[in-house]
Design a protein around this ligand. Structure first.
Ligand SMILES: Nc1nc2c(c(=O)[nH]1)N[C@H]1C(S)=C(S)[C@@H](COP(=O)(O)O)O[C@H]1N2
Ligand SMILES: [Mo]
Length: 364
């Protein structure tokens, strides 16, 4: 294991070393409502910058009345807030999409590119208010100090939020994660946490904030993290098209047992997560022992947290033989998930929220 991953748990599954990408085993994800920092998934497109907190400066500019340069000490003078929030990569569960048709050059995430933490820091809107927002500004763009390489070009990761979201109280510039200083691989000393949005908008190693009239033109907003229709492929894509991703969509996953498990026939305990995205909440989770013909309700665990997933469990009767177990959730907009992978397939492999299915064999 490299130094980069040394703060991670021995059970952390590394999907790529450089850049560092990985996540926890699924049963560990479903074990605690808030994911311990050493198990929290990591999604990096480039380097992990080593930033000296003493020389760190955050720049706020663009369409503002007073451009600001803030040291960490300046941020400590501002009001603070905390939020229990789930982050999920738009590429979570890509492996199921890649099994249908290739998603060229993309990481084959299982269902572990999601985790939850209590984040604390300064609400972004405090800083926007301090700078004074010019009329006409509609987007808040972020850049970071990491080093990403694409086709020989080097640049930092970036992205933006619509101004209305950036002004919402749940959007933080976080400097702590589950009560500890932000770990290096999660954005030390300062990151955006944009609950309800795809993980890519929660920019780590934050360097600049710019108010502007358009979304960020950074590669990871204008090119990657766009959702294309199922008939578009790497061969026929027009990158001007596609939908810029924003809010997360409703999803749910069986974390335990694992697909391929051999079980004793009879009652089986299923455990997993469900996440509604946006500002919606998970209202119901259902499981099926017959691939999705008949459903029964799962038990929602713990208390709902407005910006976090909901863990669930269900006891389901599994007779001897081979079965497909499935899960689906319902949210507060009375929506449920698409049933088939082919309905959501896209060549970049984003936003797979089809029913999660696992194959099990039960023996007497
Ligand atoms: N600077 C920077 N910020 C970033 C990224 C990155 O590569 N560089 N990855 C983004 C993506 S795609 C995701 S899903 C989340 C993951 O956050 P985590 O690594 O803390 O889990 O960080 C986002 N912020
Ligand atoms: Mo992501």
């Amino acid at each position: 294991m490299s130094d980069q991953a040394s703060s991670k748990h021995a059970n952390f599954i590394i999907r790529s070393q450089e850049p560092l990408n990985g996540g926890p085993p699924l049963p560990a994800l479903a074990a605690t409502a808030m994911t311990p920092n050493d198990l929290f998934f990591v999604r990096n497109h480039g380097s992990i910058p080593q930033i000296d907190p003493a020389v760190f400066r955050l720049e706020i500019g663009g369409m503002v009345q007073r451009p600001l340069t803030l040291a960490l000490a300046d941020l400590r003078g501002l009001p603070r807030a905390s939020v229990a929030a789930t982050l999920q990569c738009a590429g979570n569960r890509r492996d199921e999409l890649s099994a249908v048709a290739p998603t060229p050059g993309e990481l084959p995430w299982g269902a572990e590119a999601i985790s939850s933490a209590v984040w604390e820091g300064v609400p972004l809107r405090e800083i926007l208010r301090a700078a004074g927002i010019d009329t006409g500004a509609t987007h808040v763009a972020f850049t970071s100090s990491d080093d990403v390489e694409r086709s020989g070009r080097h640049f930092g990761f970036g992205g933006s939020l619509p101004l209305a979201k950036a002004l919402a109280p749940e959007v933080l510039l976080a400097d702590t994660m589950n009560g500890a200083p932000l770990p290096a691989e999660h954005g030390f000393p300062l990151r955006v946490v944009a609950p309800g949005y795809i993980g890519a908008r929660s920019v780590k190693w934050l360097q600049t904030i710019t108010l502007q009239t358009e979304p960020s033109d950074n590669y990871f907003q204008a090119h990657a993290y766009k959702l294309f229709p199922t008939d578009i492929t790497a061969q026929n894509v027009d990158w001007q098209g596609g939908m810029m991703l924003g809010e997360q969509s409703l999803t749910s996953v069986i974390c335990d047992p694992a697909t391929g498990a051999k079980l004793a026939a009879g009652p089986v305990l299923l455990r997993g997560y469900a996440y509604a995205g946006g500002d919606r909440s998970v209202e119901r989770v259902e499981v099926s022992a017959d691939g999705g013909t008949c459903w029964q309700q799962a038990e929602l665990l713990g208390q709902p947290e407005r910006w976090a997933w909901r863990l669930w469990q269900a006891r389901i009767d599994v007779p001897p033989g081979r079965h497909t177990l499935a899960v689906r959730a319902w949210d507060s907009a009375a929506q449920t998930q698409p049933s088939e992978i082919c309905q959501v397939w896209n060549f970049k492999g984003y936003m797979n929220n089809a029913w999660h299915r696992i194959a099990v064999e039960a023996v007497e």
